[in-house]
Structure formats: structure tokens, C-alpha cells
Write a protein that binds this ligand. Structure first.
Ligand code: SF4
Ligand code: SF4
Length: 188
């Protein structure tokens, strides 16, 4: 397991998260959308996160919880993984979801921050891409909104931070891990 995240990298990630949140809020506000009272929370979707820096930041936030809470979360994470092994189509909630709230909201990873509003981004070769909002967005905002969240600067900045994190901590391989797998596998 890599060493803890250096404080300057944690601070840089916090600044990036704040920029993501601000851009998301601007698009949501322009479209008249609020991610509240959702019927099909995206916290039930399967997603594997790709950066060590976000994992280490989340681990740091987890370490701030009391030991019995961490034990309970790890047990819940193992249940989530077991449910997915039993039924590939199962969609158990993320183990950090409790009473419709994210237990570590301030430390949630990038995709949890950016999902929901229509977006666009540009691939490194210059190819433009667009994606829709979540189903709840398009139900609540049925007409064209015109605004799209440009994920490109956020993807680029996170990739830079991830490269710096791996270089400084000597992490040779990339990461591909769900929140449940992060919690279940690691001594947090
Ligand atoms: S980390 Fe939080 S926001 Fe992301 S899927 Fe889990 S509960 Fe939802
Ligand atoms: S982003 Fe969309 S799917 Fe996810 S919780 Fe918000 S409204 Fe629901």
C-alpha cells in the first residue's frame, strides 16, 4: 500500500475538486437542475475509479472516522462485493451511501462530482466528445438547456496530479477500483 498522500498534493486535489464543484454548480444552475430527492441515485451504479491520488485522499478521509465506523464500512463493502459476485446485474448501493447521503461527501472522487449534467470533453488527439446528463436530469429539464460542463480541464488537471502522485510515491501501476473494493481491501 502506498505511503500517505503528501499534504501539498492533497491541497492541490482539494483546489481541483472545488473547481469541479463550481463548474458543475454553474451548469446545473443555468439548466435549473438540482441533484436532490433522486429516485435512481447514481451511487448504485458500478464504477471503477482510476486514480491513486483520489484513492489516497479518500483513505485519508476514512482514517478520520472512528475505528468501529471504519470496521462497519469495510463489512458493508464486502457485502457489496459479494452481492455483485452473486449477481452480475445486481446494483447494491455504494457502501458510503447512508440514508441517501454520502458519508464522505467532501472527499468523493471526481466522477461522483461530475456526473449528472450534460458534458463535453476533448480527447488528447483533439476529438470532441459529448455525453448526456443522468436520467433524472433529462426528466426534470426536458427542453434543451444549451449548457454543457466541459470536463476537459478537470480531466487534464487530475491526470497531471495523478502522474505527480505516482512519481513521488513510487507507484508503478495504475488503479482501477470501485469504492467497495477500496474499502474492503485496504486497512483504512
Ligand atoms: S463515494 Fe459517495 S457520492 Fe460517490 S458513489 Fe459512493 S456514496 Fe455516492
Ligand atoms: S446525479 Fe442524477 S442520478 Fe445521480 S443522484 Fe443526482 S439526480 Fe440522481
Amino acid at each position: 500500500m502506498p505511503a500517505p498522500l503528501p499534504p501539498d498534493l492533497a491541497a492541490a486535489l482539494e483546489r481541483l475538486y472545488a473547481a469541479m464543484d463550481a463548474d458543475y454548480a454553474a451548469v446545473a444552475s443555468a439548466c435549473g437542475f438540482a441533484c436532490r430527492g433522486c429516485e435512481e441515485t447514481c451511487c448504485r451504479s458500478r464504477f471503477e475509479h482510476r486514480t491513486w491520488i483520489e484513492f489516497l485522499y479518500l483513505r485519508q478521509a476514512l482514517a478520520g472516522l472512528p475505528g468501529d465506523r471504519r470496521d462497519a464500512l469495510r463489512a458493508r463493502a464486502r457485502e457489496v462485493l459479494a452481492a455483485r459476485r452473486r449477481d452480475a446485474a445486481a446494483s447494491p448501493a455504494c457502501p458510503l451511501l447512508e440514508a441517501d447521503r454520502c458519508l464522505l461527501y467532501a472527499a468523493r472522487p471526481m466522477i461522483c462530482r461530475l456526473h449528472g449534467v450534460p458534458h463535453r470533453f476533448t480527447l488528447p488527439d483533439g476529438t470532441p466528445r459529448e455525453g448526456p446528463g443522468c436520467a433524472a436530469f433529462h426528466r426534470r429539464v426536458p427542453g434543451p438547456c444549451g449548457e454543457r460542463l466541459d470536463r476537459t480541464p478537470h480531466y487534464t488537471a487530475l491526470a497531471r496530479l495523478e502522474a505527480e502522485c505516482r512519481r513521488r510515491l513510487g507507484i508503478p501501476q495504475g488503479l482501477r477500483r470501485s469504492i467497495a473494493a477500496m474499502l474492503a481491501a485496504e486497512a483504512v
